[in-house]
Design a protein around this ligand. Sequence first.
Ligand code: NAD
Length: 486
Amino acid sequence: MTQVKQKVLKNYIGGEWVEAKTDQSETVYNPATGEALAEVPISSTKDVDDAVRVAAEAFQTWKEVPVPKRARILFKYQQLLVDHWDELAEIVTKENGKNLAEAKGEVQRGIENVEFAAGAPSLMMGEQLPSIATGLESGVYRYPIGVVGGITPFNFPMMVPAWMFPMAIVTGNTFVLKPSERTPLLAIRLAELLEEAGLPKGVFNIVHGAHDVVNGLLDHKDVAAISFVGSQPVAEYVYKRGTENLKRVQALAGAKNHSIVLGDANLDNATTQIMNAAFGSAGERCMAASVVAVEESVADSFIEQLVTKANEIKIGNGLDEGVFLGPVIRDAHKERTLQYISKGVEEGATLVRDGRNDEDAQREGYFVGPTIFDHVTSEMKIWQDEIFAPVLSIVRVKDLDEAIDLTNQSRFANGACIFTKSGGSVRQFRETIDAGMLGVNIGVPAPMAFFPFSGWKDSFYGDLHANGKDGLAFYTRQKVVTARWV
Ligand code: NAD
């Protein structure tokens, strides 16, 4: 029986499912129903020590396995993920709440990471210069770095771990994953399928838990690198503590993504894209649209069309046919969101669509309907903070210059989008906006696996981003050999 069905989850260490050395646990809920799905152990640093020891031992043999052989395991894994696509998506919907179509899309994104990583034999090739001086040559060779710790958030239980472990293991590292304690189930299937694909024991491990596990990984002398994805304060903390312990750290953090809608935009496209980007996955995407700066000349018609589309959204359990908007992750997160909505009203923004009143948002589970504020200003908390829920703020601007100035005041700089038909405006936007991932007439410009996931400012701490060639470089180190053949 798959471990997903176990009431109390176990850690996965050295290819065995083992009980955590702790008496603490948390309940994993289905946020659409409030039903308890499992108990997740809040493991101790002893569990981390066990996992890292096993991973460090496995590294000694795994790093010697030829790269094409390692890649072949990922080819098999890719096929297994495809075979189990629906099952994986259903787990994501049950533990996270996003609708099934979105969950299937997330699984696809994860599979794409495996496909990219399976290209390791080409990606890991070095470079040579046969003559750097008379009779002298130089070449670069790539090697793994050791044990990598991966710490992931609740909002993408499949995709975010898949940003990390496929590339980390195919390049010869071993891996300890600490999944979000709010969505720990999917990782179990990822491990079971890795085993089925033939991954040797100890190469991939899971330690469930929270702060203690994170600190255990950050402080462990045998952990060479940390990949983190989560909220801004925790990303900053992880980056500081990890680098203080002289580890390589990439920490992808929170966001507040801005869209700019100009007077010449196709408003039907802009409103459809922004509606999806703001309310899809209940706004719980690091690439969610959370602020729109719209040119005054089209603001009224933009808002009218957006509200009409938001009114058509079906709210409910993501497993049910036709549902677009599922719940937010927990009751406490719903409460926090409702407080932000009240705060926006207090701050003087105009609430043009109040998601608190939607009939379907009153059902059991943690629902908030699509909420839209107009006349928001950059002094307001609803403009500044990441709410991470289906709440959208609209700012009216006179032109593109003002929209860019405003956007660049944000401490976050993950994604930014522009809606326009003007090439000149797109160029100005591209050259002057502070954000690492830009969209032109699209709402969620999340890069595919072969490009880096490129947040700036307080949306990312580190140097090498996740995915693409950055990901490869993060999980490898190089030797430069200079030789004279005498
Ligand atoms: P979170 O920061 O609460 O948790 C992320 C991970 O850190 C979890 O595994 C959690 O157990 C651990 N953690 C939480 N608090 C900790 C602490 N005090 N000390 C040590 N570890 C701690 O984030 P979340 O709520 O699970 O996820 C949502 C956040 O992630 C949002 O801010 C979102 O923008 C961000 N995110 C960013 C990206 C990106 O690419 N930049 C992608 C996905 C999500």
